[in-house]
Ligand binder design. Structure first.
Ligand code: ADP
Length: 184
């Protein structure tokens, strides 16, 4: 069966870790917009140069820089077997764009999994991760941006009856089990 999943949830909740586990298990691509943008900044591509200051400030990069990227990525050959989106959609406009794009591609997302944990746990994890957008002020800003722009995306999937909320404040294997159960 074709699997198509969206991971929502605040920074530090473990989306990347869990998305990788499932992508390996199902042999489908793990599409992380954060990873794609970080690679672009590393390679100093035109996109990378445009997004760098937003990322280091903890802000979302402008939608017009990310929408074409997703449109192209979801049309690559490997995405025909399914996909796991991690870090997209990150605001309601992106979620609406994705619905339209998927309709065009005759696809739909099976579930949106919101992986969640209390703020103090998230801050603690992010400060120990040590990525260069993980400085304390940036971390706080990313959590605020999550509350303001990304948390409302949950209601969007709730309305479509496709939201599953999973507690990410547990060991990774326990979380994996809970996700498997939520989407079984
Ligand atoms: P996090 O662990 O903070 O969720 P990500 O790797 O998903 O980290 O994203 C890192 C940064 O990349 C974000 O703070 C944001 O600047 C940018 N970014 C990633 N995905 C998106 C998106 N869909 N829309 C806008 N900006 C994004």
């Amino acid at each position: 069966m074709i699997k198509r999943l969206i991971f929502l949830g605040p920074p530090g909740a473990g989306k990347g870790t869990q998305a990788k586990v499932l992508a390996d298990q199902w042999q489908i691509p793990h599409i992380s917009t954060g990873d794609i943008l970080r690679q672009a900044t590393k390679d100093k591509t035109p996109l990378g140069q445009k997004v760098e200051s937003f990322m280091s400030g903890g802000e979302l990069v402008p939608d017009d820089l990310i929408l074409d990227l997703i449109r192209e990525r979801l049309q690559e050959e490997d995405a025909r077997k399914g996909w796991i989106l991690d870090g997209f959609p990150r605001n309601v406009h992106q979620a609406e764009f994705l619905e339209e794009l998927l309709a065009e591609l005759h696809q739909h997302a099976d579930y949106a999994i919101s992986l969640e944990a209390p703020d103090d746990v998230l801050v603690d994890r992010l400060l120990h991760r040590g990525r260069n957008d993980d400085a304390e002020a940036t971390v706080r800003r990313r959590l605020q941006v999550y509350q303001e722009q990304t948390a409302p995306v949950k209601a969007f999937y709730q309305q479509h009856n496709r939201l599953k909320v999973v507690n990410g404040d547990r060991p990774p294997e326990v979380v994996s089990g809970a996700i498997a159960q939520a989407i079984a």
